[in-house]
Design a binder for this molecule. Structure first.
Ligand code: KIV
Ligand code: ZN
Length: 519
């Protein structure tokens, strides 16, 4: 029985941990990847693309451990059309109850130019690599990268080759977000019609959002016969991102009358995952983002508010509870206890273990002492705060005192712990943040370029926490750090240090022996 034997069932393939993590600056730690994978599995995602095992030791270990911990989902690892890639992917995913190898090669004229393969040579490569993957694993996905810019005759030929060599899923990527809904549908129809054996495999659609049409293109492909949608939480991904999981799943649920397809997703977990991915990736969700944006269920105008109060359906096509958004933003305060905090954090997508709860509770109490009311966003900011990872971070902020005001220059007195040893320094600068960053730079010499420094208030009021984002780039590697505090300068120092820690992780991906001196 093939996975698409129920014609109205659409498989959800989540690639947040692979394509999503390829967003510049969205590096996630090993533990964060494991947590997200567990949440995706619980939510009912059919296939989790956990990473690209040959890309680095870190990627390999993440895919292997996600495979070991998987429950229901198929765990998939990506591989180029090369034997060592495929072997490494298998080494990582073989631990899963249901493993899959996903191998790909660019088939459009532009990609054939890069690989310097003739059409015939590429066909031979596809035949050999897919057969090799199939010898290792009975669940093999193959993708002709840049399919939407590949000549139709050649696309039919390579897809037929991959099916004959043993591929069980054929993914049709719109790698550069170039297609449009009608064309996306026609391409799947054309392949189903022309390729021998096409009815024996599952067609998948993988759309990028460069023209803002990724979700529409994916749904059009499904209407034409694709039965697997590749997507990411919050639409995270290269450039403008991928099809957003929450968009396709909710579109299929809300408009089931015109798109009668089922997914196995428990939609009430959407908000928890969205928040979790936004927190760990450092990519906040835009306020007006469909489904998961802060304003997606907010009604500002009097007419809308009045209508919604009388009958929510007047201006809402789905209920907040459908995506796991509680109607009330329950305010926590300094009298709230551990149990309340644990259940609130669970609602926000964080299943805290006892030790983590202990740590978060101490920090929550400290915040509640400074702030009368602690809102959901404050708690999310608390989770984002780099202190939570402190025990794993090589650089940690231990102390900061800044002198600022009308008399320049401003100065910062800073203690950082670096690989367990405390170092103290003072530095001056043009303003408190500049002085603080100069102090960090004195202690951690590096050549990274500051690409972005951004502050926003988490909630209202002068006692609001500030969330600071810092983006650094060095030799093409980008790392984003975030931290929150009621003191903007402290948040800035922590965000800067958080970005430096992440830059080191990024470096270690390509250079396992990465050390501080190498930063
Ligand atoms: O966008 C793309 O083409 C990809 C492939 C690796 C499937 O992500
Ligand atoms: Zn992609």
């Amino acid at each position: 029985m093939t996975e698409n034997s129920h014609q109205d069932r659409v498989l959800i393939f989540d690639t947040t941990l692979r394509d999503g993590e390829q967003s510049p600056g969205a590096t996630m730690t090993h533990d964060e990847k494991l947590e997200i994978a567990a949440m995706l599995d619980e939510m009912g995602v059919d296939i989790i693309e956990a990473g690209f095992p040959i890309a680095s030791e870190g990627d390999f270990e993440a895919v292997r451990d996600i495979a070991k911990n998987s429950r229901n989902a198929v765990i998939c690892g990506l591989a180029r059309a090369q034997f060592p890639d495929i072997d490494r992917a298998w080494e990582a995913v073989q631990h899963a109850a249901r493993p899959r190898i996903h191998t790909f090669i660019g088939t459009s004229p532009l990609h054939r130019d890069i690989t310097k393969l003739t059409q015939d040579e590429m066909v031979e490569r596809i035949e050999a690599t897919v057969a090799h993957a199939r010898n290792l694993c009975d669940n093999v996905q193959w993708s002709p990268m840049d399919a939407t810019r590949t000549e139709h005759d050649y696309l039919c030929r390579v897809v037929e080759t991959a099916i004959k060599a043993g591929a069980t899923t054929i993914n049709i990527p719109d790698t550069v977000g170039y297609t449009a809904p009608r064309e996306s549908a026609k391409l799947i129809e054309m392949l189903l019609e022309r390729v021998p054996g096409a009815d024996q495999i599952v067609f998948a659609t993988h759309c990028h959002n460069d023209l803002g049409m990724a979700t529409a293109n994916a749904l059009a492909a499904v209407e034409a016969g694709a039965r697997q949608i590749e997507c990411t939480i919050n639409g995270l991904g290269e450039r403008a991102g991928n099809t957003a999981l929450e968009e396709v799943v909710m579109a299929l649920k809300v408009r089931n009358d015109i798109m009668p397809f089922q997914t196995g997703i428990d939609t009430t977990r959407i908000m928890g995952l969205s928040r979790k991915v936004a927190t760990v990736s450092g990519f906040p969700v835009q306020f007006n983002k469909a489904i998961v944006g802060k304003n997606a269920f907010a009604h500002e105008s009097g007419i809308h508010q009045d209508g919604v109060l009388k009958n929510a359906e007047t201006f809402e096509i789905m209920r907040p509870a459908d995506i796991g958004l509680n109607a009330t933003n329950l305010v926590m305060g300094k009298h709230s206890g551990r149990a309340a905090l644990r259940s609130k954090m669970k609602e926000l997508g964080f299943d805290l273990g006892d030790n983590q709860l202990k740590d978060v509770f101490v920090r929550f109490k400290a915040l509640a002492d400074r702030k009368k009311e602690v809102y959901d966003d404050d708690l999310l900011a608390l989770m984002r705060d780099s202190d939570l990872d402190a025990e794993h971070d090589r650089i940690q902020v231990k102390f900061l005192r800044v002198i600022c005001g009308t008399e320049a220059p401003q100065s910062a007195d800073l203690i950082l712990s670096i690989d367990g040893v405390e170092h103290r320094v003072t530095a001056q600068g043009d303003g408190p943040v500049d002085a603080t960053f100069a102090a960090v730079k004195k202690l951690v010499e590096h050549h990274a370029h500051l690409e972005l420094y951004q502050v926003h208030a988490v909630t209202g009021g002068t006692d609001a926490q500030a969330t600071v984002s810092v983006r650094l780039s060095e030799d093409g590697k980008i790392a984003t750090g975030q931290a929150s505090d009621t003191d903007t300068v402290v948040a800035s120092a922590k965000a800067y240090v958080n970005a430096l820690n992440r830059l080191m992780v990024r470096r270690e991906k390509t250079k396992p022996e990465g050390n501080l001196a190498a930063i």
